[in-house]
Design a protein around this ligand. Structure first.
Ligand code: G6P
Length: 295
């Protein structure tokens, strides 16, 4: 599909990657067609709701650092996933699966004066079947207005069941010195930095060291900055959420990431992972919804 006939959307290139640039009276957005990755979303008169690295690279088969990368059909390292996932993966080298490195097709775009709705599609192909043997349709749908609504739908179009884990890996702007996250109080989490043991969080979360945890709760979460009137609200129907900040040492090891950027971002990732693995029989569809707004 081309951008012919569209008023607000046009296809542009950032280095090697085609992107959909949307300039609408209510917002400006940039979506990378590789990975169906929403990179930037600025409601008119407000700040970007997403964090995008100033060192982001736009190269084939690697995800630009920031926005909302799609982690699918597994989250994190394949070997940390349940056996029904890991056993099906023939090439487990890529963390967070392969969807974020694959070029999606534009399926549909609808523009109105109030919003833009669009969907991007990825189906199994020879490259995906080398990594993971299943036949699927993965659709990323966006409804963009003064906020972000996103749905990731997975359909099994093959003849046998398959299982997957998934995350919408939202990078969010946050001054970590003045910010707290609410929504995880009284929830259990798996601490990826402490032998993956289960723990209970009692309080709001502040970022004072490296944080990498799987909260067994879908939210809603709020990022509350004591210096600001508005805050970010993240809502999802996923059963898990990953809260991540790389802090000082990991920041130096991360690609496309300035050493000090851990001070101005954090991730709240909406997910179904670990024992919340999803299994689809032939013909079945599952979806994961996310919304991000400034309120
Ligand atoms: O560098 P990436 O493969 O994009 O992963 C970035 C991060 O993703 C998630 O948040 C994981 O919990 C982290 O452990 C990981 O470092």
């Amino acid at each position: 599909m081309s951008d012919k006939g569209l008023v607000f959307c046009k296809i542009i290139f950032h280095d090697e990657l085609p992107c959909l640039q949307i300039e609408h009276p209510k917002f400006q957005a940039l979506i990378c067609l590789q990975g169906a990755q929403l990179l930037s979303f600025v409601p008119t008169g407000k700040q970007n709701l997403l964090w995008l690295s100033p060192l982001a690279e736009y190269k084939t088969e690697q995800s630009p650092r920031g926005g909302i990368p799609i982690c699918w059909p597994w989250f994190g390292n394949a070997e940390k996933n349940p056996p029904e996932i890991f056993d099906a993966v023939t090439n487990p080298e890529q963390a967070h699966g392969f969807a974020r490195n694959q070029l999606f097709d534009i399926d549909e775009v609808n523009e109105t004066a109030h919003k833009v709705q669009l969907s991007l599609m990825l189906s199994d192909n020879s490259a995906t079947r080398e990594i993971w043997p299943h036949a699927f349709e993965l659709k990323a749908s966006f409804t963009l207005s003064d906020h972000i609504e996103m749905t990731l739908s997975t359909k099994n179009i093959g003849n046998i069941p398959f299982s997957f884990t998934e995350a919408l890996h939202s990078y969010l702007p946050a001054n970590i010195k003045t910010t707290q996250i609410t929504g995880a109080e009284q929830q259990t989490y798996v601490d990826a930095l402490d032998k993956w043991v289960n723990k209970l969080e009692l309080n709001r979360i502040g970022i004072q060291k490296e944080v990498d945890r799987i909260v067994r709760h879908g939210g809603p979460y709020r990022i509350i900055d004591s210096d600001k009137k508005e805050h970010l609200l993240i809502e999802s129907d996923g059963k898990d959420s990953i809260i991540w900040n790389p802090w000082i040492d990991k920041s130096k090891r991360l690609s496309q990431f300035p050493d000090h950027a851990y001070q101005s971002m954090l991730c709240i990732e909406s997910a179904n992972i670990l024992d919340n693995v999803v299994t689809l029989a032939p013909g079945q569809t599952h979806s994961l919804d996310l919304s991000i707004k400034s309120v």
